[in-house]
Ligand binder design. Structure first.
Ligand code: ZN
Ligand code: ZN
Length: 339
């Protein structure tokens, strides 16, 4: 039997182990993907550190996988070997539960399929995916460019396109990290008056490069007051993971404004009175399913949105992970199986 390389975590909190495994065969309804690149996302720490309940180890993380269809399991239609594909966080859904039948596939009630958590992910030469979890990847998007868009990209793109803001509205993106640097680009390309908010005056140049209309240095300025000077934001996309940084921007929402959260902060303080007075809302946003990823990739090709990446060969998975988890990576770390 042919072998493949995989970077697995053998136990909760354990190090990455580069191992040789048999290349798995796709079961019914599954697709085998030959992985060319896989992004290293902060949520991979759920697998690495065992923060997701019930993970069966050893487990291969990785939910920003891009490659080609290598083999089809029984009953898979609509896909062919050699097609370029990506697999993101959503690892599939049943199609028959109440949520699925209402079109809310991301909230499937029967089973939770999460790539790299409930099944092995993309830190390997091959992965097995459920067919409904697979997205088409445009030809003119390199694998290492496409990979981070399968989670960081679709998350910010999908939140922004569903937030209810219209072209010309003021939309703020809080944070200029792995998610935020994509969020600013998407918001600008969607035609919003995009305001980037981060800490430090030095990030202003980066924000402008990414297409921001204005930059607010939250170290030197009160982000809420500055947004109110601009008439208040129709939406704030919160990509940071600090609840106090979120709370500091909340007051910058305008009338009917939406504070949309994609950064996994543990808690945040809010003023119900303020929300009531301006009929504002706070909501979270799940990344998306495979068709949302496809839309995100297509929009990125159309508009030139790209993630800024640090690329590592699979052997350097530990180094890449440490760059990501320490916050040092500028801005996404990506594993390339082809280097
Ligand atoms: Zn992710
Ligand atoms: Zn379902």
């Amino acid at each position: 039997m042919s072998k493949m390389r995989a970077a697995q975590v053998s136990k909760r909190g354990g190090p990455f182990q580069l191992v040789e495994r048999d290349i798995p065969d796709p079961g019914a309804g599954q697709i085998r993907v030959k992985v060319h690149a896989c992004g290293i996302c902060h949520s991979d720490s759920l697998t690495k550190e065992g923060l997701w309940p019930g993970i069966a180890y050893p487990r291969v993380p990785g939910h920003e996988a891009v490659g080609v269809v290598d083999a089809l399991g029984a009953g898979v239609s609509g896909w062919a070997e050699g097609q370029r594909v990506g697999v993101g966080w959503n690892g599939g859904y049943c199609g028959y539960c109440d949520c699925c039948r209402r079109g809310e596939f991301f909230a499937c009630q029967t089973s939770t399929y999460v790539t790299g958590i409930t099944s092995d992910g993309g830190y390997a030469d091959y992965l097995i995916a459920r067919a409904e979890a697979v997205a088409h990847v445009p030809d003119d998007l390199a694998a290492t460019d496409a990979a981070p868009l399968m989670c960081a990209g679709v998350t910010t793109y999908n939140a922004l396109r569903n937030v209810g803001a219209r072209p010309g509205d003021v939309v703020a993106v809080l944070g200029l990290g792995g998610l935020g640097h994509l969020g600013v680009q998407y918001a600008a390309k969607m035609g919003f008056k995009t305001v980037a908010i981060a800490r430090g005056q030095d990030k202003g140049t980066l924000a402008a490069t990414l297409g921001a209309w204005k930059y607010i240095d939250s170290k030197a300025q009160d982000p809420a007051a500055e947004l109110r000077k601009l008439g208040g934001a129709k939406a704030v996309l919160a990509t940071v993971t600090a609840g106090d940084a979120m709370a500091a921007a909340l007051g910058g929402l305008g009338v009917n404004g939406v504070f949309i959260i994609v950064g996994a902060a543990m808690s945040m303080q809010i003023s119900p009175l303020q929300l009531i007075g301006k009929s504002q809302s706070i909501k979270g946003w799940y990344s998306g399913t495979s068709i949302d990823s496809e839309d995100a990739l297509s929009f990125s090709v159309q508009t030139g949105v790209r993630s800024m990446n640090e690329v590592f060969p699979l052997e350097k998975v530990e180094e890449g992970y440490q760059r990501m988890i320490s916050g040092a990576a500028r801005f996404r770390a990506v594993l390339s199986m082809e280097s």
